[in-house]
Design a protein around this ligand. Sequence first.
Ligand code: KIV
Length: 279
Amino acid sequence: MSASSPVRPTLPVDILARKGGAPLVCLTAYTTPVARLADPHCDVVLVGDSLGMVLHGLLSTIGVTMEMMILHGKAVMRGITKAMPVIDMPFGSYEESPQQAFRNASRLMMETGMPAVKLEGGQHMAETIAFLTARGIPVMAHIGLTPQSVNTLGGYKVVGRADEAARVMADAEAVQAAGAFSVVLEKTPEGLSRRITQALTIPTIGIGAGVGCDGQILVIDDMLGLFTDFRPKFVKRYATLGQAASDAIADYASEVRARSFPAPEHTFPDELPPKGGKA
Ligand code: KIV
């Protein structure tokens, strides 16, 4: 893009065109200020249903509602100028039928302004993905470990070892054939992720899927060290903001108790200072 051409948000077709090119940088965000921080550095900013766990204290993503996604989706859209925003379809909003998925995906897009949705599932969601894409809804698929199915999977396990590998490969091929413009591979073994990436013509975005994917995604609260309830092996902490925040709150509490905060510079005097001074 030349210096004079305006910056425009990235679109699903741009992400598709990145297949096999420079790695796609993807992160989650849930609020306007964090979206503003992520936007200049990221190709994709996902409003993930992980927000249920990292912001709302839920034990899994199961309790996340359409209203929660819409609220955070709108907030993120206010912070994006160049990355591509994507929004997760929450559990229960799309599995019943392609028609239910269309109703809720179109609502997410219309109420938030997001240009694409993400949903979990492989072969069994292919009909729904085809239904949505044929009707103007770009879909990012999500296979391997699908956290909304934690209760049937029996935990947040690696998915795709031994006999499972063929099924995960078939899931990847099915979502591509259905029209998904990219696919998240979560917690799939490294070799399988690489084979899927080589077999597909759409970009793969890995989370715990090794370096061979077309891109990587992390939950922002995990990589900033803000969410510390548990830490999957695939999370690299790039900062320890949770600790920094806890230290800052402890300093504030002790200064309030010692009456050393607020200091004169945080206080409004009764008399106005002489002209030119600060009120
Ligand atoms: O909900 C989420 O944040 C996600 C990913 C990180 C892929 O689905």
